[in-house]
Design a protein around this ligand. Structure first.
Ligand code: MUC
Ligand code: MG
Length: 369
């Protein structure tokens, strides 16, 4: 069955500082999981997060420790269980650890899909599209730099939708920054903002009103992740789309948010959901509740990014597109052939499994010793 499970931390500088309300990133620690079977098949997964412990509850170092100490011995001891049974055993034996669980599940599905000779998306119900739209996040911290960056992206036909990271300045200053970018890019370009839970409910009411009046299309996670009451009131009060991101931590939270009408859009992330199957469950809850979908990222490298794309390609309604641009924020390539971004989309590979080939020599050079 499974012979070894390895967790590799790869620190890669970003192409520019990436400024969120919770952290400013200069490097990204890409957390890779490599699972090798007794008969020599290799599956990959990823458990990357943002800014150590400033975004989520798992850090790169805690993922590595927990996988080495708990997941790896469990996985290598498993005999005669299929993938579904193995994942059930992991859920029963290990609490929490959604990012680690997602990475392990991705690797097991990569192996299973390779055995079957199918792209991973086909194990999740089948892809409905050949690529997914990808927006770009403007987060240099400087209005003029952001405008120049956006114009370059439009010209390159890489991205024509933009999300702005706000919440680290006073509300009025952030709104001024957003509306200056909106004005410079024009009416045809969709602009959304991500507050990353920085606002109180009163600040949110002030900020959202001005952004809605200024033609902004969507507000992501305005308030604290557990303040579902505020999310509900804001969703009911405004016409502009309100998106839950950090508040979504898998199917159970999706059900609670949907029941309360506490978001009009869900930002689905495979790691936050605890796996690809669970991300698809969140999508189904959204579908039943009439909530629109957006494919989110933890700014993963190419493994988590393409795994997400396989899952998102199966969603019937991907009304708000995706933000699967993580690899483009990194200064180093760790695949033998880079992911294909063209015509404002990420193209889905057609090969078996994840459909990518890791450059293991490069990874060996870059890995944290
Ligand atoms: C988030 O909260 O959305 C996604 C894109 C980005 O720039 O940061 C992440 C996290
Ligand atoms: Mg977000």
């Amino acid at each position: 069955m499974y012979k070894s499970v390895e967790t590799i931390l790869v620190d890669i500088p970003t192409i520019r500082p990436h400024k969120l309300s919770v952290a400013t990133m200069q490097t990204q620690t890409v957390v890779l999981i490599k699972v090798t079977t007794e008969d020599g098949i290799v599956g990959w997964g990823e458990a990357t997060t943002i800014g150590g412990l400033s975004y989520g509850e798992e850090s790169p170092e805690s993922v590595k420790t927990n996988i080495d100490t708990y997941f790896a011995p469990l996985l290598t001891s498993v005999k005669n269980l299929n993938v579904a049974q193995t994942l059930k055993l992991i859920r029963k034996t290990i609490n929490g650890n959604r990012f680690a669980k997602c990475a392990i599940q991705t690797a097991l599905l990569d192996i299973q899909a390779q055995r079957l000779g199918l792209p991973l998306s086909e194990l999740l119900g089948g892809r409905l599209r050949t690529g997914v739209p990808v927006l770009w996040v403007l987060a240099s911290g400087d209005t003029e730099k952001d405008i120049a960056e956006a114009k370059k992206m439009i010209e390159l036909k890489r991205h024509n939708v933009f999300k702005l990271k706000i919440g680290s300045n006073p509300v009025e200053a952030d709104v001024e920054h957003v509306l200056a970018i909106k004005k410079a890019l024009g009416n045809d370009i969709s602009i959304r903002v991500d507050v990353n839970r920085a606002w109180s409910e009163l600040e949110a009411i002030r900020g959202i009103q001005m952004l809605q009046d200024g033609g902004i299309d969507l507000i992501e996670q305005p308030c604290a992740l557990d303040n579902i009451d505020a999310m509900e009131r804001l969703t009911r009060k405004f016409d502009i789309a309100i998106m839950a991101d950090e508040s979504l931590s898998g199917p159970q939270s999706a059900y609670q948010l949907a029941k309360r009408s506490a978001a009009s859009v869900f930002a689905i992330k495979i790691a936050q959901s605890a796996g690809l199957h669970e991300a698809c469950e969140v999508a189904n809850i959204a579908k039943l509740a009439g909530i629109d979908l957006y494919g989110g990222t933890m700014l993963e490298g190419p493994v988590g990014t393409i795994a997400s794309a396989h899952a998102f390609s199966t969603f019937e309604n991907l009304a708000y597109g995706t933000e699967l641009f993580g690899p483009l924020l990194l200064t180093q390539e760790i695949l033998k052939t880079p992911l294909r971004y063209e015509n404002f989309e990420l193209v889905l590979p057609t090969g078996a499994g994840l459909g990518i080939e890791l450059d293991e020599d490069k990874i060996d050079n870059l890995r944290r010793k």
